[in-house]
Design a protein around this ligand. Sequence first.
Ligand code: CU1
Length: 164
Amino acid sequence: MNRVFWAGLLMCLALAGCGKESAPATEAALAFHPSDECHVCGMVITDFPGPKGAAVAADGVKKFCSPAEMLGWWLQPENHRADVKLYVHDMGRSHWNAPDDAHLIDARTAWFVVGSGLKGAMGVVLASFADAQAAQKLAHDTGGRVLRLEDIDQKLLGQATMNH
Ligand code: CU1
């Protein structure tokens, strides 16, 4: 293998977009509009502060008023598929009251803070971040806990809803 090959491969990995699913195409489809209603609760998504969720499956894009509502939907056996792409806002690059659709990230790689005391929409508030340190800082400042996607189950989503 020559150097040029490896340089090209690394560049490709760094851009994380070698394939056809480049960010701009999905970004437009994922953007939240004032008329968008939550797939689970039917509420108008942009009426709420905090991060939102969008799930992309073969049959289209579903939008959710919060990461918790999206994960509650995804964790149901009939929806729990590996090929469903899950997106949440990166709150490290957004104001809490105005999550920026330019900064939607893969929920499978995100860091979530539960118990921050921040206000969101339905369900437990999961503050989502691309950056582990940003999540750890919020958790440290508020007494919350940092979770990965695999730490989040229906029990956690349900319990926290009662405290909400
Ligand atoms: Cu909802």
